[in-house]
Design a protein. Structure first.
Length: 226
């Protein structure tokens, strides 16, 4: 009996990770109907772990249950992206202050390495690499802060933000590198107020980029539908 339960949990975890990856990378696009029979055949699993995995994804807001009981992939919206970046901005403001309390010289070196990666990526005009080094920079600050609760929440928030990036190509602005450099300098000086101000301003700039990208996406979608 115990072995059966463990196997079911293992299958549920497998299905959850597979479906989440498909949603975040845009393979299961916004508004796509979820057909349980088709998915269970594709993943070669029974309906039970599939439904359990979908239930978790529903709780995370990546899947929506309709009135008729059927499910679909959650749509994207300007309202959601604004809420995501607002939550991220506030939490990262808290995170960076706490990171300054724990930061070491080795941490500073690690953050500086990511800044160098950003510089190189900007020179090559490699947006994907720019986003990767930006993520590494912020993730390092999360870990340095030692605030596990904020880290867990930010992981969920950033998962959803990555979904938008994969569906809608987002260009990084020219100020991004300078913003990261200024954040690192304020951490070096252990200036909590300045670090908080800079990181919140940086995330607000990212919100503007995301909003512009969604607006263009909506325009392109409406033209395709004409």
């Amino acid at each position: 009996m115990k072995e059966t339960l463990e196997n079911n949990q293992s299958t549920k975890a497998f299905v959850y990770e597979k479906l989440k990856k498909k949603i975040l990378n845009g393979e299961m696009y916004p508004g796509k109907a979820i057909v349980e029979k088709k998915l269970s055949q594709e993943l070669k699993v029974s309906r039970t772990p599939l439904r359990e995995a979908l239930s978790v994804l529903e709780q995370e807001g990546l899947v929506i249950k309709l009135i008729n009981g059927r499910m679909k992939v959650a749509s994207i919206s300007r309202k959601e992206v604004k809420e995501l970046f607002t939550v991220r901005k506030k939490l990262e403001g808290i995170i960076v202050e706490e990171a300054i309390e724990h930061v070491t010289s080795n941490d500073i070196k690690e953050l500086a390495t990511y800044i160098e990666g950003l510089k190189s990526s900007f020179k090559q005009n490699n947006i994907e690499s720019v986003l990767m080094y930006g993520d590494l920079f912020h993730s390092a600050i999360y870990e340095i802060s030692q605030n596990k609760i904020a880290y867990q929440i930010l992981k969920q928030v950033n998962d959803k933000i990555k979904r938008y990036r994969n569906i809608i190509p987002m260009q990084s602005n020219d100020n991004s590198l300078k913003e990261h450099e200024l954040i690192l300098n304020s951490i070096r000086r252990k200036d909590k107020l300045k670090a908080q101000e800079l990181i919140e301003s940086h995330i607000h700039s990212s919100l503007q980029i995301a909003m512009e990208a969604i607006e263009q996406y909506d325009k392109d979608s409406s033209m395709e539908g004409e």
